[in-house]
Design a protein around this ligand. Sequence first.
Ligand code: AMP
Length: 191
Amino acid sequence: MLNIVLFGPPGAGKGTQSEKLIQKFSLVHLSTGDILRGEIAQGTPLGLEAKKLMDQGILVPDEVVIGMIKNRIEANAAAAGFIFDGFPRTIAQAEALDTLLNGRNTPITCMLSLKVDDEELSRRLLERGKASGRPDDQDESIIRRRIQEYNNKTAPVAGFYHNQGKLVDIEGVGAIEAIFEALCDAIEARA
Ligand code: AMP
């Protein structure tokens, strides 16, 4: 079983590369951002609560996203593996994911961390906001808040996987195909 954490700041290209990786390796894509936006679209109580935080660029509580991931893993018991995209975003989430996966004897294979500088990230997010209509991509102060949340709470998660010998840095600026090749090479070296 292949369990990949695709890591990087907002706008690093996690969504784009996940789409390509799930096809090549027949994996199930678990994006907590997409799941939360689905809850908002359905107008569920969870979605309404989460929206208040997401629209400000603030992380939603750990127990909310951990519960969502647990349900999805259990619902896809026959999967060849998972790509975790936008999760884990805190050390508590990473610990909970380890507990969940180790309990099933299917630990994380590796964390692939896309490296993109802050200026390029802001440029990409504002550009994406025009097409996606996502409120959190359209306002520079919210984008700055998301990058701040990333630096404070999420960046330390790379250290968590580094300590397990599972962290691989990947250059995230360049042609989409070239970045995809680098991701595939890193996965195949560890599969
Ligand atoms: P994303 O689509 O991954 O950029 O996520 C959009 C927003 O959803 C984030 O700014 C957070 O408010 C929320 N979110 C998504 N994933 C998580 C997570 N793992 N932990 C906490 N909040 C999350």
